[in-house]
Design a protein around this ligand. Structure first.
Ligand code: HEC
Length: 148
């Protein structure tokens, strides 16, 4: 048997390998698109959630905070702040968020400070809706503990 590595063999590896990885890529992309629709509760998206996301973006909250692990690590993760500070109760969380946003900056010594954004009550309510909705996305229980 010849030990030579022929052009035909190289071509087969090239085309076979490319086809294999293209199919793998398509399969995984397809799987992701299907999984997202099952995990993100898109049927519970309301206009208030969308408005809250707009407030979140316009004020660059992600410049200091992370949300589902994405963003800056200067300030606490907020994907689970609803469980952490609202104990899963929507009215309690809204009350907390109004108090928190209006109390900034606290000036507490030794703590990092959050700016005052001067948001309206409606904007804070929308932010609360956005954070409640986000907390219900199935993100494999990220972050691993309620304080994180
Ligand atoms: C300049 C950085 C910065 C920006 C921008 C910022 N924050 Fe913060 N945020 C902080 C810091 C620092 C803390 C922690 C303060 C503390 O614990 O005393 C904090 C804490 C919080 C908390 C309490 C978290 C907890 O676990 O108790 C909430 C809620 C919050 N921020 C919401 C927001 C929202 C909503 C926005 C956008 C409108 C925002 N933050 C923008 C710095 C920031």
């Amino acid at each position: 048997m010849s030990e030579r590595f022929t052009k035909g063999m190289a071509r087969n590896i090239y085309y076979g390998g490319s086809l294999f990885f293209i199919l793998l890529f398509l399969g995984l992309s397809f799987d992701t698109v299907i999984a997202l629709s099952e995990r993100d509760n898109r049927e519970t998206l309301t206009p208030a959630v969308a408005e809250g996301k707009a407030v979140w973006e316009e004020n660059n909250c992600v410049g200091c905070h992370s949300i589902m692990g994405e963003g800056a690590y200067f300030a606490p993760e907020l994907a689970n702040v609803f469980e952490r500070r609202g104990m899963g109760d929507e009215a309690a969380f809204k009350g907390y968020l109004h108090a928190w946003m209006n109390a900034q900056p606290t000036g507490a010594p030794g703590r990092r400070q959050m700016p005052q954004f001067n948001l309206t009550d409606e904007e804070i309510d929308a932010l609360a809706e956005f954070l409640i909705w986000t907390s219900r996305i199935d993100d494999n229980d990220w972050p691993p503990n309620v304080e994180g």
